[in-house]
Design a protein around this ligand. Sequence first.
Ligand code: GLC
Length: 585
Amino acid sequence: MTDNNLRDDWWKQAVVYQVYPRSFKDSDGDGLGDIAGVTEKIPYLKALGVDAIWLSPFYPSALADGGYDIIDYRNVDPRLGTMKDFDDMEKAAHRSGIKIVVDIVPNHTSNEHVWFKQALADGRGSAARERYIFKEGSGPNGEFPPNDWGSLFGGPAWERVDDGQWYLHIFAKEQPDLNWNNPEVHEEFKKTLRFWADHGADGFRVDVAHGLAKKLDGASMKDLSRWTVHDSLCHDGTHPLWDRAQVHDIYREWRQVFNEYTPHRFAVGEAWVVPEHQYLYASPDELGQVFNFEFAKANWDSSAMRTAITEGLKAAERSGSTPTWVMSNHDVPRHASRYGLPQVPSQAHHQLAKDWLLRDGTSYYEDRDLGTKRARAAIMMEAALPGSVYVYQGEELGLFEVANIPWDRLEDPTPFKTRYNFTDKGRDGCRVPLPWDNADMPRAATWDASFGAGASFGFSPKTKADGTVSAEAHLPQPLWFKDFAVNAEDDDSGSMLNLYRRCLELRAQMLTPTQLSTIDWLDLGSQVIAYARKASDDSGFQQIVSVTNFGNEPVELPKGKVLLSSQTLPQDGTIPQDVTVWIAR
Ligand code: GLC
């Protein structure tokens, strides 16, 4: 395959739009987004310029963790539609040239999954229990958990069942961990991969990809307490839960399945491991691609961003893949807000955002103009890089985190586990249903004047099929969403939406798709991130240069034709602070 022929490797240079299905578009008026809602908005996604849609879980789920607790891996949640709706959506997307990526959650099932129910019914020592990780408790009568591990969502990582055994759940107790030492588990997931590939899925996103190959036999549970569930960055393969060498056997097995299809399917792994190990997951005989979360972790700082880019490129080159770039997803506060909060060193920044959420967005000043300005510069800095850009629904509208959702309206499990001490408000602030149309304007809610009630900015239709009024959106939408509704941004040439459209359009036209993970860095000072890429053959140019100025000193505009800038440029030939410019030459 030549360098600029990426036919089957489309995913190496894709713009992938993440849909969080329950909050994207509701087609039937129950207040929950659904699959038919995605189909309805394919023209919108096409006009935005995305190559693929990744759907977060839409499978039957008890919603203990936003759908990441799956009851049936090969079906659609009846609240979100039917398999026919999925097939219709898949066809509509493919007709528009948009690929489909589905989420695979192999670390745990829902506790309502038939396997888990059977494990409870069949009891100690049964084959059904062997699919999960059941252990005897500690203490004279096994009345204490096998060890002191705490789950990632708060509270203990072990739950006791009626007959006295305990099972491991590194997330919520409704998410029992699977035992990947059991061949049945392997077979089951291969079946699931084939099922969705047969239904037209072009790729998979693999949840908690670094956690499957656990080693809990041999040592006593107590001994294993020298590790915790929280340290997934253990780098030497000794951790009993995370990033063990054996996990790669699983993905090599999956690769055989991916390669049964033409074109070969790909997967992108969610692996929160040390950067030096990420490339392993992305190698061509495993998943193909891995998320690089360095942008999602970095604050607005040239040196943190430069490191994020350098590390991302390096890891991709090492794996023989291309890099991925992610600023936001359904697990982190929206970046337009992060960039508008006080900027402290990156490691501390997430803590700051967390504290800010805990105080309902009052403990630090969120400078929204600044956050927006930086988010505009950021997407341009990101979109000219080689590799794949993952865009999280609503970031193209410039949405901010909804920081003041009342505690009793939250859905995410973490706040429930920790609400007694108010230590974590969870991830709902970035999962609020999208505003599509501000003609469908809610009124101030009786319980809080800053939220809407009675309508949903076009997220749901006004009425259901039977003529009754639609339910309210499942998470409350703030009234300030009115300025971010798609119809409002459509009409505004300076909106975030129109910037994303133009930026993705130029990316497709002007840049040569490449298998390589290299850029030519330009040195315009420590406060500037500037790089060049080869322009596409029919663009009429040699190079596309992207320059982002982080510093307060204006930077001289490099020679060439300005293709796009994130703000209107001054007449004096300079690039002001927090602005990105693309230049063709
Ligand atoms: C991943 C998902 C997150 C989920 C967790 C457990 O990190 O992105 O949303 O809560 O896995 O499945």
